[in-house]
Structure formats: structure tokens, C-alpha cells
Design a protein. Structure first.
Length: 102
């Protein structure tokens, strides 16, 4: 009997995404500067996740590999909720999805 080996497909390709942060910098609610936001978000970086830039304080461009977009959102929710002392919600999308909206 011949045994077939399954090849594990390693996903080392970087994929770009965007995280949309809800409920910050609206009137006097949960104020933060773009520089503070970048510094805070960089805390979750590792060998599989890089923060590329912050757009208008509530849109985070990132690169990821080997992890799901929702995992990035969860990591951001945790660090932002701890900083603001209240729940902060994040929605993530692939850049491919965003570009398809054109």
C-alpha cells in the first residue's frame, strides 16, 4: 500500500489589510493622536504582523502572514480597549476586498 504524504502549504506571503476602528475621536470621545495610535498599535507587531500606517487615526493599514484577518482585529481590540478603559471594536478586511469595491 502506497502512503501519500500531504504537503502542508506554508503561507509565508505577506497580505495587506485594513482595520477600521469604531468609536474613537468622535467629539470628545476616546481621543488619540495619529502618533499615539501608531505607537499603541505597534505593540502587537511580531514576525507575522506589521503595522504599515495609520490613516485618520481610525484606519490601520497592516501586513500579515499565517494569521487570519480577524485575529489581527482581536489583537487590536485588546490593546485599544486596555488603553481607553472601555470596549473598542475593530473590523478588518483584506486590501483585495477593499480594492474590489471600486
Amino acid at each position: 500500500m502506497k502512503i501519500m504524504k500531504l504537503k502542508h502549504k506554508s503561507n509565508n506571503n505577506w497580505k495587506e489589510g485594513v482595520a477600521f476602528v469604531r468609536g474613537i475621536n468622535i467629539y470628545k470621545n476616546a481621543r488619540i493622536t495619529q502618533e499615539q495610535m501608531l505607537k499603541l498599535c505597534k505593540k502587537i507587531e511580531n514576525h507575522n504582523l506589521k503595522i504599515v500606517k495609520i490613516v485618520n487615526t481610525d484606519n490601520i493599514i497592516f501586513k500579515k502572514r499565517g494569521i487570519h484577518y480577524a485575529t489581527v482585529g482581536s489583537k487590536l481590540e485588546k490593546v485599544l480597549s486596555e488603553y481607553f478603559g472601555k470596549p473598542i471594536y475593530v473590523t478588518t478586511r483584506s486590501m483585495k476586498t477593499i480594492e474590489s469595491l471600486k
